[in-house]
Design a protein around this ligand. Structure first.
Ligand code: ADP
Length: 204
């Protein structure tokens, strides 16, 4: 199996942006958020269980999961969040591991896991942990610019995530995303080459 690099970081830190830049360089990216969206799309694999657990009030008209409604339910009642996670997490994990396995000819796989530090469940599946780091003020400003979430809601989400210090303590590699996109791209190119070289040495 190819080495798996676990990419993580707080909300708005730049995980999606970083993953896109790695993909532009030809890296294989497996994104657990994208898998979660697929599972909860209309007729997604998780939907029958979700409807059994929460009723049709959490659906959009097209039959997909209404993520805003679900998020609000989870914040007002923590057991709801646990119940949703108990349905989704095992499905997301199984699908991510299967996709990483299928990429056996790639020099490495970038596995994007927002809650890699918090859940612990992915640790055994990753060879290195790459953290995208940025200050909280920037995280909040970026999320507010891209979504309808209020500062209070974003802070609420951040409070459920690991702190910046906790993430940095566990990181094998760190990408600082406090500057311009071009600076980030340069750092990513350096890491991409390094990951590729390390695999080549290992396979020789
Ligand atoms: P995450 O996936 O960690 O939540 P995103 O990659 O979606 O974060 O980034 C959050 C927002 O900030 C997006 O709208 C993205 O386009 C923007 N963004 C990310 N990095 C930068 C940067 N270096 N400069 C300017 N905007 C950025």
């Amino acid at each position: 199996m190819s080495p798996v690099i676990g990419l993580t970081g707080g909300i708005g830190s730049g995980k999606t942006t970083v993953a896109e830049m790695f993909a532009e360089l030809g890296a294989v990216v497996v994104d657990t958020d994208a898998i979660a969206h697929e599972l909860t799309a209309a007729r997604g694999v998780a939907m029958p269980t979700i409807i059994d657990a929460f009723g049709r009030a959490v659906l959009r008209e097209d039959g997909s999961l209404d993520r805003d409604v679900m998020r609000r339910l989870c914040f007002s009642a923590p057991p709801t969040r646990k119940k949703l996670e108990a349905i989704l997490h095992p499905l997301i994990r199984a699908e991510s591991v299967a996709r990483c396995r299928r990429a056996e000819h790639a020099p490495y796989v970038l596995l994007v896991v927002p809650l890699l530090i918090e859940s612990g469940a992915y640790r055994e599946h990753v060879d290195r942990i790459l953290v995208v780091d940025c200050d909280e003020a920037r995280q909040i400003a970026r999320v507010m610019a891209r979504s309808a979430l209020s500062e209070q809601e974003i802070r609420g989400i951040m409070a459920t995530q690991a702190s910046r210090a906790e993430r940095l303590a566990i990181a094998d590699d760190v990408l600082s995303n406090t500057g311009a996109r071009d600076e980030l791209r340069t750092e990513i190119l350096i890491l991409h080459r390094r990951y590729r070289e390390e695999t080549r040495h290992r396979r020789d």
